[in-house]
Design a protein around this ligand. Structure first.
Ligand code: SAM
Ligand code: SF4
Length: 334
């Protein structure tokens, strides 16, 4: 680390950065995007070089884990150049380089990702039924994603499956998904659907399946052993006594995880969000474009971290969506 570490006003060290490298995607998941999205003009996006400078700046300030996301990160043209460049930091300040993907392009890129030092990928997959997969992703095709997952395994990548829990949609598949992950040795995390984007309020509340419910259902079949493991994020883990599987729950709505938050997010346009659930953000693109010297960038990052809020206030408990933020998940990258 070249500079003093980033510590926020609540004494939380910022060691984890998620970077969205594109707002585009080859899928249109109903809970994430509208079918007809207006994407950003190219000049708004950080270039691959700017993304590299930005990530390198954060790493020089003590970030140890970098997760690349989107939109769909693997549809960004030239993204492997970025991974290749970022890999130079591994073991030199950076402990982990990883990504969250819909899996559609993994068959193409898994070997190269592994070669760039990526060891784990998160693949989003909400159902094992071809027709339902096409319905929820609108444009996605399950066999293509399954081939991607197999390629990732062959390349030696550890795969974690992210499932958004959707009432009336994948409720009936709960045990099938758990069994499928056990058989294929994938880790598994369930995500509670969040009030993002501009999906109709009614639909969002209809789809809301609290993970407390999902957990109770799992407990009917398995012995759930709580694990102390914390990643500084919203995930909590249990082990299934009968199979030894580790299962994660990401419950931003029903569980307050903010006190141990170690992370910030940057959008593909270079906006730094200090909290997923708040609107406050800092523009990092201007300092990046203003000069080739990183001093202005580092100063802007520090000034922003000094404003990181204590937490957010999503709340479904009054049967309305309050604390909602208007941007799409594909904008901040989840
Ligand atoms: N395209 C990649 C993917 O799908 O994995 C990366 C970006 S995507 C925005 C990151 C994660 O956010 C995915 O696991 C997706 O399921 C999740 N996500 C998107 N919209 C969400 C919402 N409204 N609530 C909860 N999770 C959401
Ligand atoms: Fe694309 Fe991921 Fe959003 Fe689905 S969740 S539309 S795959 S960005």
């Amino acid at each position: 680390m070249e500079h003093a570490p980033l510590i926020d006003p609540f004494a939380r060290p910022i060691t984890y950065l998620r970077v969205s490298v594109t707002d585009r995607c080859d899928f249109r998941c109903t809970y994430c995007m509208a079918e007809h999205m207006q994407f950003l003009p190219k000049k708004e996006l950080l270039t691959l070089e700017e993304l590299d400078r930005l990530c390198s700046g954060f790493i020089s300030l003590g970030v140890r884990k970098l997760r690349i996301t989107g939109g769909e990160p693997l549809v960004r043209r030239g993204i492997m150049e970025f991974f290749r460049a970022a890999s130079r930091h591994l073991g030199q300040g950076l402990d982990e380089l990883t990504l969250t993907t819909n899996g559609s392009q993994l068959a193409r890129f898994a070997d190269e990702l592994a070669d760039c030092g990526v060891r784990r990928v998160n693949v989003s997959l909400d159902t094992l039924d071809d027709a339902k997969f096409a319905q929820i992703t609108r444009w996605g095709r399950l066999p293509q994603v399954q081939a991607g997952i197999e390629a990732a395994k062959r390349a030696g990548l550890r795969v974690k499956i992210n499932v958004v829990a959707l009432k009336g949609f994948n409720e009936a598949e709960l045990f099938d998904l758990v069994d499928w992950c056990a058989v294929n040795d994938h880790d598994l995390t369930f995500i509670e659907v969040m009030p993002m984007g501009d999906m109709g309020e009614e639909q969002r509340l209809d789809q809301y399946w609290p993970l407390s419910d999902l957990r109770a259902r799992l407990a009917q079949r398995f012995t759930l052993i709580d694990l102390a493991e914390r990643t500084g994020g919203p995930a909590r883990y249990v082990k299934l006594g009968e199979t030894g599987q580790k299962i994660g729950f990401i419950t931003p709505l029903t569980h307050n995880f903010c006190e141990s938050c170690n992370r910030v997010r940057v959008t593909c346009t270079g906006e730094l969000y200090m909290c997923l659930g708040q609107e406050d953000r800092a523009d990092l693109r201007t300092p990046l474009r203003e000069s080739d010297d990183d001093a202005a960038l580092i100063a802007a990052i520090r000034a922003a971290i000094a404003r990181k809020p204590k937490g957010h206030d999503f709340d479904y408990s009054r049967q309305t969506v309050s604390g909602q933020v208007s941007r799409h998940m594909s904008h901040t990258g989840g």
